[in-house]
Design a protein around this ligand. Structure first.
Ligand code: SAH
Length: 337
């Protein structure tokens, strides 16, 4: 809750305003229960216990990369479910990659998060907790957020919007929208709703293939929607918000990394004014796909550059700590099974 929201509740409970501020400060410090709010009178703590629910996620696993310091957390939620958060350090600050669902129903063929389907969506405070507790536990001030962990943000729209409001709160974590990226597999029905919020965040579209045949094979979300419609939605989003879209493109050996794909991708990116972010595929044990060879990647990049597309290649961080999409949670599931 924001401070004004707590103040409104406290007014209704007949509590003075400064008590709301105290509670708000405790929450920002990651207090684990109402008992821990030691400057509140016992009667108020009892009242809070009776009327509110407070839970702090527990660290089930924490892995720190020996190579680049990337930290991967596996958190236990109030109901025993688990999600992952990754903290990555760059020169310009620390980025946290958060999950927004337990599992995912989108079924992308290369992704570990979707094996086992969707269990449930996270509520806004659970997503906020990933940022807060990553910062508190790691001691690294978080300056950037990517919604690129487990789950599909546009499939959990209201909670994600509320999370953005909370994490952006100047009295709270105060992370600016320009420092936040939201990644989607292309739930185009929601693009206009997102544009209407007029947020300054970056919309990343997981494209991964510029043609329907390849994309529908990799991403069930493409079936019944199609690349053409996705491009229209992207273009409209760009026109309405003035915010350049980013295409995520995981390079998969022999699947989406040919000259044909590069040329069509260049055309798509130019039409939409999108930036292309190439990602070497992370191999997932249960999946047949392999990353493209560096030779193929180089040729692919050259075509995009020759076609005047703005292209970057994502650095691999945390490769020794299962830091990609759903891999840690997946390991725990397998162990439990
Ligand atoms: N559901 C959202 C956000 C979560 S996935 C989306 O689809 O965008 C974050 C990014 O990681 C997406 O671009 C996704 O396609 C990509 N990804 C998933 N599995 C991957 C893998 N094995 N290797 C590389 N990228 C992967």
């Amino acid at each position: 809750m924001t401070l004004p929201e707590i103040e409104a509740d406290f007014a209704a409970l007949g509590e003075p305003k400064y008590r709301a501020k105290q509670v708000f400060e405790w929450l920002g410090r990651g207090v684990r229960d109402f008992e821990g709010m030691s400057n509140l009178p016992k009667s108020l703590r009892e009242k809070l216990k009776a009327n509110y629910h407070l839970y702090a996620p527990k660290v089930l696993q924490k892995q720190v990369s020996q190579i680049d310091g990337t930290i991967k957390y596996l958190w236990e939620l109030y109901d025993g479910n688990a999600v992952e958060t990754v903290v990555m350090s760059y020169q310009h600050g620390n980025t946290v990659c958060v999950s927004c669902q337990v599992g995912c129903r989108q079924g992308c063929a290369f992704c570990a998060s979707t094996i086992g389907g969707l269990v449930r969506s996270l509520n806004a405070s659970e997503i906020l907790d990933e940022v807060l507790f990553s910062e508190l536990d790691s001691g690294k001030k978080i300056s950037n957020i990517v919604l690129m962990g487990i789950g599909e943000p546009l499939d959990n729209f209201d909670n994600v919007m509320r999370f953005l409001e909370l994490v952006n709160d100047p009295l709270g974590m105060n992370i600016g929208m320009r420092h936040i990226s939201l990644s989607t597999c292309g739930i185009i029905e929601r693009f206009d709703d997102l544009a209407a919020r007029d947020l300054q965040l970056t919309l990343s579209v997981s494209l991964h293939a510029p043609d329907d045949e390849t994309r529908s094979r990799l991403m069930p979300a493409n079936r019944g929607r199609g690349v053409e419609k996705l491009m229209e939605a992207c273009k409209r989003y760009y026109e309405r918000t003035g915010r350049r879209i980013s295409f995520e493109y995981a390079m998969i050996d022999g699947v989406n990394d040919t000259e044909y794909h590069a040329r069509l991708l260049a055309k798509r990116a130019r039409t939409v004014g999108a930036h292309v972010n190439l990602i070497p595929l992370n191999h997932v044990e249960e999946r047949e796909f392999r990353p493209s060879t560096s030779g193929h990647m180089k040729a692919f990049i050259k075509i995009l550059e020759d076609e005047k597309v703005n292209v970057t290649v994502r650095r691999r961080l945390g490769s020794d700590v299962d830091a990609s999409c759903g891999q840690l949670r997946r390991k725990m599931q397998k162990k439990n099974a």
